[in-house]
Ligand binder design. Structure first.
Ligand SMILES: Cc1cc2nc3c(=O)[nH]c(=O)nc-3n(C[C@H](O)[C@H](O)[C@H](O)COP(=O)(O)OP(=O)(O)OC[C@H]3O[C@@H](n4cnc5c(N)ncnc54)[C@H](O)[C@@H]3O)c2cc1C
Length: 386
């Protein structure tokens, strides 16, 4: 069924200027894809360098989505994972480190699930070995090497917090900082600022939850090359900023403080899938994840909330002959946020998706997945159950 409320906008003019707000992995993937498509891109970041928020850990694991069933969600994550492996793998500079991922079943129910997963025809390479589900082509990303490869600061504006975005008379957008100083104008805006996005008037109605997490750096006797994962994960020893250590994690907490906590270290060690003989905690890092209500990314054109209510107020009556107007959207205004705990897996394909919309090229997934990610899905769900 055609769903006018999820209609995607037309393409942007060639060589248009796009402002991307946020220099995390979402912003950087957008920068790469949009530049390659011929757009002029400016990334605005409130901190002094890229990948300073949740995206700034020493490693980010490319963790595939596990499900024995079929769903649009699984298809999306499988496509995202495959594209992420290909995309990061093609970058040089030690950004992608190949390493098998071994998921260890901690109980019979999980093992049964892994057996079912292994029996299915999966687009992602995997196999079952005893109580372990093995992903031989997996790996992890070293964000500090992405940072190093971005030595040119041209196209990046640091230490500015975009605080207000208003319509330009010529159909573009004007951006202001927290002191209401003019920053730039642009033909299009993409919000890639994680859990902060509802601060803007255009998206104030979008539900988002902050969930913090901590990873633990440790010296240990774990010397294998595989990433181990069960309730928590343990990485191989990694080189980071002149030191060498394993990482385990990551905690999930409602407490959004960024202060390192002893309790979170303890939780991480308890969940680590390895019997340590030797261990020394060196430190850790905390970050905040942006979780949408259904835990899926929020990616696509930004709906005009008031106009949506006007246009689709009666969809709960379910009259299939009713003719509805096309989605009332803020023109050339998009979002790529709410990446939850798998942002490094999903950011590349989501950046490719938004770029494909803007240049009217084939999308990397089908319409049902576009609906699954659409920023207007929360409004439509509310209106449907009235
Ligand atoms: C402890 C922990 C461990 C994790 N481990 C993994 C993992 O192993 N693998 C994985 O795939 N994912 C992992 N994640 C999740 C992953 O880190 C996130 O999904 C991802 O980093 C989100 O990227 P982002 O670009 O949306 O957000 P961020 O990296 O937070 O970037 C948002 C950026 O926007 C900037 N910003 C915000 N507001 C403004 C403004 N108004 N103006 C200008 N700039 C602004 C911020 O300064 C920030 O740099 C982990 C998360 C945590 C917390």
């Amino acid at each position: 069924m055609h769903k006018p409320w999820f209609k995607l906008p037309g393409p942007l003019k060639a060589r248009a200027h796009i402002a991307v707000i946020g220099g995390g992995i979402a912003g950087i993937m957008l920068f790469n894809h949009l530049k390659d498509a011929g757009f002029k891109v400016t990334v605005l970041e409130k901190n002094s360098h890229i990948l300073s928020g949740a995206s700034g850990n020493p490693v980010a694991i490319l963790d595939p989505y596990i499900s024995a069933g079929d769903s649009q969600q699984k298809t999306f994550y499988d496509l995202a994972y495959q594209y992420a492996l290909k995309y990061y793998g093609a970058l040089n500079d030690g950004i992608f480190i190949s390493s098998p991922l071994i998921k260890i079943a901690e109980n019979n129910a999980t093992l049964e699930r892994y057996r079912k997963v292994a029996k299915k025809n999966s687009p992602v390479k995997l196999y079952l070995k005893e109580n372990k589900l093995v992903f031989p082509n997996a790996g992890y990303i070293k964000p500090e090497n992405i940072r190093l490869s971005f030595n040119s600061t041209e196209n990046f504006i640091f230490n500015v917090q975009v605080s207000r975005i208003i319509n330009d008379r010529n159909d573009g957008w004007i951006l202001f900082d927290q002191y209401d100083n003019f920053l730039i104008d642009a033909d299009a805006v993409i919000l890639a600022n994680s859990y902060n996005f509802p601060e803007f008037a255009q998206v104030v109605h979008n539900p988002i939850k902050k969930m913090s997490g901590q990873i633990t750096y440790l010296k240990s006797d774990y010397n294998e090359n595989a990433i181990l994962n069960s309730a928590g994960y343990l990485t191989p020893a990694i080189n980071s900023e002149g030191d060498k250590f394993n990482i385990c994690g990551a905690s999930f907490e409602n407490n959004i403080s960024l202060k390192i906590s002893k309790e979170a270290h303890e939780e991480n060690l308890k969940k680590a899938p390895y019997n340590f003989k030797k261990i020394e905690i060196l430190g850790g890092r905390r970050g905040i994840r942006a979780m949408s209500k259904d835990h899926l990314p929020v990616c696509g054109p930004v709906p005009d909330h008031a106009e949506y209510i006007n246009a689709y107020n009666n969809i709960h009556h379910g009259n299939k002959f009713e003719v509805y107007p096309d989605a009332p959207l803020y023109e050339n205004f998009f979002i790529l946020a709410g990446l939850g705990s798998k942002g490094f897996v999903t950011a590349p394909i989501l950046a490719k998706y938004l770029t494909a919309i803007l240049i009217k090229k084939p999308l990397p997934f089908d319409e049902k997945i576009c609906h699954l990610l659409h920023p207007a899905r929360f409004i439509i769900r509310e209106l449907s159950k009235k």
